[in-house]
Design a protein around this ligand. Structure first.
Ligand SMILES: Cc1cc2nc3c(=O)[nH]c(=O)nc-3n(C[C@H](O)[C@H](O)[C@H](O)COP(=O)(O)OP(=O)(O)OC[C@H]3O[C@@H](n4cnc5c(N)ncnc54)[C@H](O)[C@@H]3O)c2cc1C
Length: 371
């Protein structure tokens, strides 16, 4: 019998496996496809604390401390660059929201002149914003591969092409039915991303997870025109320029979702590109080279779920609502502690799934979600 079975080989599952295996636990990751095939390997790579719900900030701060050391700890470059993250106000209403907001220590208010100093090529209509100097981005496929290989090197078993199809309690342990046979574990983690609601249902539990498909695009390479990641507050845009010169455009446009399938409607990527070009005119004539989407699980309050519904229940780590790449390193550390019966390194009590049983979830923060 395995100590812990983790369902899902995205960054959340892999990070948890890495932390657990290094602590000496017998851990097995079950992934229906290949690791990093979904949101974790296909996201926009934004590593930001700016514009997060206050209840997610302890996780985001813990991750923030981990990101700079991950390349060394994992033994490989994962493309992390602390270029800064700038959230911009395009009109007086947005500026008022930004100015009135309670800011965590990582965020500084910047005025129109400071924005231009940070981003000389930015459009003239921007009035101000919030800047976090040491947020930035990383390269999602590299991060997934590095966590996967490091977890395996530390002793975790990574079992790909294995779909979990049934979950039940048997003799004080978990019986896990899969497309490759039956396994048993003392504890099970639900890190199944957009499918986390389906995994909960297999065990007779209910989670309010909605499948959504954020869209991301890259342009052809272009001469350097920006340094920090730039996000708009109301319009859907998160924009960064990677070291190879390509601009990554994301921030909230959606593909149509049908079960596990996705389709990007004509016009979604173009609309995203048009917003990017309205913020950085240098992008106006730079074509989009390709667009893609992946599914993530969204909660009603857009804050992740970490915790159990019942004492002997599944440990759920899901509902990252379009911004779980940044927090995944910390989520792994937190889950590994909880699974080993130790106190979590940061307080995650407010992230319990029980908030949706006892009420309607956390109060909304009313700003951008993805990226
Ligand atoms: C286009 C896009 C852009 C984004 N941009 C950002 C960003 O800039 N910054 C940021 O912080 N976040 C971003 N996100 C969000 C981030 O990618 C996700 O929140 C995060 O990757 C979730 O990780 P995960 O491990 O929970 O899920 P996933 O990576 O989806 O992994 C879940 C895994 O579970 C597996 N699985 C499901 N069902 C089963 C089953 N029955 N049996 C076995 N395995 C199963 C799946 O195959 C999948 O590999 C973005 C997301 C998208 C889609």
């Amino acid at each position: 019998m395995t100590d812990v079975i983790i369902i899902g080989g995205g960054l959340v599952g892999l990070s948890t496996a890495w932390h657990l295996a290094r602590a000496g636990a017998a851990v097995r990751v079950l992934e229906r496809d290949i690791c990093g095939r979904h949101a974790s390997g296909l996201n926009a790579g934004g590593v930001r604390r700016v514009n997060r719900h206050a209840e997610e900030m302890p996780l985001a701060e813990l991750s923030h401390m981990m990101w700079p050391g991950l390349a060394e700890a994992l033994g490989r470059d994962i493309g992390f660059r602390a270029v800064g993250h700038l959230l911009v106000a395009e009109n007086e209403r947005e500026l008022a929201w930004i100015t009135a907001r309670n800011r965590p220590a990582c965020e500084a208010l910047v005025d129109a002149q400071q924005i231009r100093a940070l981003c000389p090529g930015i459009a003239p209509h921007l009035l101000g914003g919030i800047f976090a100097a040491d947020d930035g981005y990383a390269h999602p496929p590299s991060a997934c591969a590095a966590f996967r290989d490091a977890a395996e090197a530390a002793g975790a078993i990574i079992q790909e092409a294995t779909r979990v199809t049934g979950l039940s309690r048997q003799g004080g342990a978990w019986r896990v039915e899969t497309s490759s046979g039956v396994l048993h574990a003392a504890q099970v983690v639900n890190a199944a991303g957009a499918a986390a609601g389906d995994i909960a249902a297999l065990a007779g539990e209910s989670l309010p997870i909605e499948r959504q498909g954020p869209v991301c695009s890259v342009t052809t390479p272009v001469a350097p025109f920006m340094r920090p990641v730039v996000q708009t507050l109301t319009r859907k845009l998160s924009l960064k320029q990677m070291p190879d010169g390509r601009a990554w455009i994301g921030g909230g446009h959606r593909a149509q979702v049908q079960g596990e399938q996705l389709a990007i409607a004509a016009g979604e990527a173009q609309a995203n590109h048009a917003t990017a070009a309205s913020i950085f005119p240098a992008l106006r004539d730079v074509p989009v080279a390709r667009s893609w989407s992946a599914q993530d699980g969204f909660t009603p309050d857009r804050v992740c779920i970490l915790g159990r519904l019942h004492d002997d229940g599944l440990l759920h780590a899901c509902g990252f609502s379009g911004h779980g790449f940044q927090t995944a390193p910390a989520v792994g550390a937190v889950l590994a502690a909880l699974l080993r019966g130790q106190p979590a390194p940061v307080d995650v009590a407010a992230l319990s799934p029980r908030r949706f049983v006892e009420g309607a979830g956390l109060p909304a923060m009313g700003a951008a979600e993805v990226g």
